[in-house]
Design a protein around this ligand. Structure first.
Ligand code: NAG
Ligand code: NAG
Ligand code: NAG
Ligand code: NAG
Ligand code: NAG
Length: 367
């Protein structure tokens, strides 16, 4: 146990070291910590599957506070300075999902991939994950809080420089993975035309209704109390902070489709999330009636978490089912990537996923 914790620390330190340095000759990366003020209503009952969207005042309470949000900002030394990709990771991951320090960042870093092609990005640690603030009480960390953190951060970066000498961004494209995508979706429902996101690329998530089995059910991706999973690291946490011990369902069922080194790294660097985040995904069944940006969903055909029961086989039917909650979007499409699992960025198909995601983003960046 001690050895395991030490290796987590070492991995974390070495990645910090690399993050603080220069990602490549053509890109510079820096760690940032941004204070983000949110003032939201959350359900008094964190098990409310709609995250309060269908609640009246008596079942809501106010969270009005400021959190420190950690992120890694990378920008090309020459490239587009007006468009920012805001990257939001999935449940029990951190910002490292977008740039895991495996194989010297060569094959698995979307941050490096997009930066080398001329677009800046900011990969954040969601509230309660990684190096961002972690409220003592997990019931403060619900969909409304987390989605507001992303929207408020984006608003801030459209008016104030992220670093001295960098102009505020004119366009921000939200790119999510799994939970991160569901949070952008929630923000689009709440913010409507006021959304600071000009377009959304939502990977590894589909609509889940209140009566559907939640994502990952039927797999071994079961949330367990973080303090039981790793008492040394998380022993003092509110038991409503959970993690996922078995990472297998995040990869294709075929074990030759991903690197065993990546799988080990994933296990060592897993993080925590509030249990409510796993249930409030049913908010994705509520239409984002007034969101007018472009929206794309990207899922892997081998995704064991959201594409179970052959859900992603008929792309036309899937698109029809998914587009109903985006009636005002400028455009909407669903792309299914053959061979990819839930963690599009972490298996051997990562390069193809990056081509697809970056292709979409480059198009949205221009329009
Ligand atoms: C508000 O919601 C609660 C819980 O769902 C319900 O019991 C109550 O009747 C509702 N109040 C009003 C005024 O609709
Ligand atoms: C929310 O917090 C801000 C800053 O702490 C404070 O100025 C404001 O009055 C608060 N709003 C309410 C309604 O409590
Ligand atoms: C990983 O990246 C290196 C260097 O860019 C490349 O030679 C190698 O083929 C890549 N491996 C995979 C599996 O894509
Ligand atoms: C967390 O906050 C909620 C709402 O304020 C409260 O009901 C609950 O008792 C708190 N839990 C802990 C462990 O403090
Ligand atoms: C969308 O905008 C219309 C017109 O402003 C408003 O009546 C409606 O409540 C909004 N819908 C949502 C879900 O915010």
């Amino acid at each position: 146990m001690l050895l395991r914790t030490l290796s987590v620390l070492l991995l974390h330190l070495s990645s910090l070291y690399l993050r603080l340095g220069t990602a490549s000759a053509s890109c510079s990366c820096s760690s940032v910590l941004v204070p983000v003020h949110v003032d939201v209503l959350v359900p008094k009952d964190p098990n409310d599957v709609f995250g309060g969207l269908k609640s009246n005042e008596t079942s809501l309470r106010r969270v009005n506070t400021t959190y420190d949000i950690y992120g890694v900002f990378c920008r090309p030394n020459a490239g587009n300075e007006d468009v920012l990709q805001l990257l939001a990771h999935g449940f029990s991951y951190t910002s490292q999902y977008w740039s895991p320090p495996i194989e010297e960042f060569r094959n698995y870093s979307y941050t490096a991939f997009s930066c080398e092609r001329g677009l800046p990005s900011l990969a954040v640690d969601l509230l309660a994950a990684g190096l961002s603030s972690r409220p003592a009480n997990a019931s403060d960390v619900q969909y409304p809080t987390n989605a507001a953190v992303l929207s408020q951060l984006a608003r801030h970066l459209k008016t104030a420089p992220i670093l001295p000498g960098v102009r505020p961004f004119q366009k921000i494209i939200g790119i999510g993975h799994s939970l991160g995508s569901a949070l952008f979706n929630f923000g689009a429902i709440v913010d409507g035309v006021q959304s600071p996101f000009d377009a959304l690329v939502l990977t590894s998530i589909l609509i889940f209704g209140p009566n559907d089995p939640p994502p990952g059910s039927g797999t071994s991706a079961v949330p367990i109390a973080a303090r039981d999973a790793d008492p040394l690291r998380w022993g003092a946490l509110d038991p409503a902070y959970v993690t996922i011990d078995d990472r297998t369902p995040f990869y294709p069922a075929d074990p030759t489709a991903y690197s065993p080194r990546m799988f080990l790294f994933d296990g060592f660097t897993k993080d925590v999330g509030a249990l409510s985040l796993a249930v409030q995904v049913a908010s994705s069944s509520i239409p984002a009636a007034n969101y007018t940006g472009a929206v794309v969903k990207v899922v892997g055909a081998e995704d064991q978490v959201v594409c179970a029961a052959d859900r992603c086989v008929d792309v036309e039917a899937l698109t029809e089912a998914e587009q109903v909650v985006w009636p005002a979007a400028k455009s909407f499409e669903v792309l299914v990537l053959q061979g990819s699992g839930h963690d599009l960025n972490l298996d051997f198909r990562a390069g193809a996923a990056f081509e697809t995601i970056f292709g979409l983003v480059a198009k949205f960046a221009e329009k």
